[in-house]
Design a protein around this ligand. Structure first.
Ligand code: AHR
Length: 336
């Protein structure tokens, strides 16, 4: 097989097309980083690291907070971060990873849009000797040595917590509508699994409506409007796979002349400040946190992987939760 040859101009042009931002060159000791500051490595004699970050997109407040956390942490550590916004498309993420490989980055952080289809490109990264750390979401691969570790929450447990809470609030009887995240993503599959596994234990509770809301506020609102048109009077609660979709559902319920949190209970996952406020205001019943400020954990992991230190296959974040007992007190402490 021939060697792939690509000029610096070619790489820059490709990077521009793919929306990769940051100073792409692997700068060495004393050079300016993408942050415009002298890299930490300049003082310590260590080579400045260049890390490619293939992000999902900007579908939710949670996602934007995560991006900011990764960018801030890269700055703090003097790491040259090449950021790629996948705009919710797997093909964009695969192209970005190919470009990172051509650029000889030191490591890659990937927040996969969906669980399947990444095996070949992860193999290419492995063959090029570039470690990959997964951010927040899992991938399904036959060979789990294709990634170093996953840093994120337990999505199944988050779904279970919403199921138990709503089932108890409804005294074991009622109809629940479910608004799901983007099809085929780890949080959609795993939150659904945890939630439905708990609901199955309550014969008096039915999931009467179920549709994809893509983790987006506008889509969550649209889906809830359709549910309300179909059987609004019969819905007792809504479980949204994230806060943005729940906030959209709350708008739809209010516009339909009903009271969210009373006529229809609302539960969701992420821990965004606006959702915790909605719980404090009585418009929602439960918000389970999903830790978003993953920057420090992700860079600890990628630096360890580059240094070939042993890593667990997953580092699980401990998530809090907010209901009418603590939301009002804690809303001001929320960072995103
Ligand atoms: O993977 C984490 C999920 O992705 C968050 O719950 C959601 O808001 C985001 O889009």
């Amino acid at each position: 097989m021939g060697t792939l040859k690509i000029s610096t101009f070619g790489i820059l042009a490709l990077a521009t097309i793919l929306g990769l931002t940051g100073c792409g060159s692997s700068s060495t000791e004393g050079e300016k980083s993408s942050t415009g500051e002298v890299a930490k490595g300049g003082d310590t004699g260590k080579k400045q690291l260049t890390i490619g970050f293939a992000q999902v997109g900007a579908e939710s407040g949670w996602r934007s907070a995560e991006t900011a956390s990764v960018q801030d942490e890269a700055k703090k550590r003097g790491i040259n971060l090449i950021f790629s916004d996948g705009q919710g498309k797997q093909e964009n993420q695969i192209k970005a990873i190919h470009t990172f490989i051509v650029q000889h980055v030191d490591g890659i952080i990937l927040a996969p849009v969906v669980v399947t289809g990444f095996e070949p490109v992860l193999k290419e990264a492995k063959d090029a000797g570039i470690p990959v750390v997964l951010s927040d979401r899992a991938v399904q691969v036959k060979d789990d040595s294709l990634y170093a570790t996953l840093v994120g929450s337990d999505f199944i447990e988050e779904g279970r917590r919403c199921g138990e809470f709503l089932a108890k609030k409804l005294n074991g009887k009622g109809n629940i509508a479910e608004i799901e995240g983007n099809n085929g993503s780890a949080p959609q599959l795993e939150r659904k699994k945890g939630f439905e596994e708990v609901i199955a234990k309550y014969p008096g509770i039915k999931i009467t409506n179920d549709a994809e809301g893509k983790f987006e506020l506008a889509k969550g609102k649209e889906v809830m409007e359709a549910f309300l048109r179909a059987n609004g009077k019969n819905i007792n609660a809504v479980f949204a796979h994230n806060d943005d979709m729940a906030l959209g559902a709350i708008q739809a319920i209010e516009e339909a002349g009903m009271k969210p949190g009373k006529d229809i209970l609302v539960a969701s996952i992420d821990g965004e400040k606006t959702m915790v406020q909605a719980v404090a205001d009585g418009k929602a019943s439960l918000c389970v946190e999903c830790k978003a400020l993953l920057g420090p954990g992700l860079f600890d992991a990628i630096e360890s992987a580059i240094a070939k230190k042993p890593l667990p296959k997953k580092t699980v974040m401990q998530d809090d939760q907010f209901d009418d007992t603590n939301a009002a007190k804690l809303v001001s402490t929320r960072k995103y």
